[in-house]
Design a protein around this ligand. Sequence first.
Ligand code: FMN
Length: 195
Amino acid sequence: MPPREIAMNETIQTILDRRSIRAYQPRQIRKKELQEILLAGQYAPTAMGQQPWYFTVLQNPDLLEKLQIQCKSVFLHSDNEYLRQAASREEYHVFHHAPTLLIVSGDTQAITPLQDCVLAMENMLLAAASLGIGSCWVHSVVMLWGSPDGSALFKNLGIAIPQGHVPYAAAVFGYSAVPLPEAAPRKPDTVTIQQ
Ligand SMILES: Cc1cc2nc3c(=O)[nH]c(=O)nc-3n(C[C@H](O)[C@H](O)[C@H](O)COP(=O)(O)O)c2cc1C
């Protein structure tokens, strides 16, 4: 049964309808929409309410292209055969030509910065979907930071990541240029309800 028929309300419908988008229109998302998305991110739960995050929004096309070239190189040299193959295609663009990249970095001294930042990003993916804006998680940004000289590279590019923070989540946003992809079938037998 398609999700559309089982949703109980708009929030659940948005969760069911969010898909990773890998082709974007060139026009930038509206400032108001970006603000709403960022607000949704900042209302995610955090361990002990620490809010140990920082939200970096990159919209400069030249900077995005420089960063994507570095990210693509990380995929090309990764241990993962699938990533290597994807990145070896000349037309492969790690940001899918989206106009906005959002990085959530967390204070490494916080209790659970990874979980806090990932929850913030999921809130933003869902907020974007609710506004008709496409998004796609792009893990290569986190991989690039973790590579040798990764943090220096961010600094050289002038990307604002606060001292003591590590990027834990990154995703691109923009207006989709493709019809909403179908969700893959859900894995069966992944739930036990014990009463
Ligand atoms: C941690 C994580 C890393 C991901 N990295 C990438 C990525 O680098 N590039 C990409 O195109 N999609 C990436 N994705 C998106 C997944 O491929 C996508 O969520 C999955 O195929 C399910 O599709 P859906 O999001 O449309 O439901 C990532 C998703 C997660 C959660």
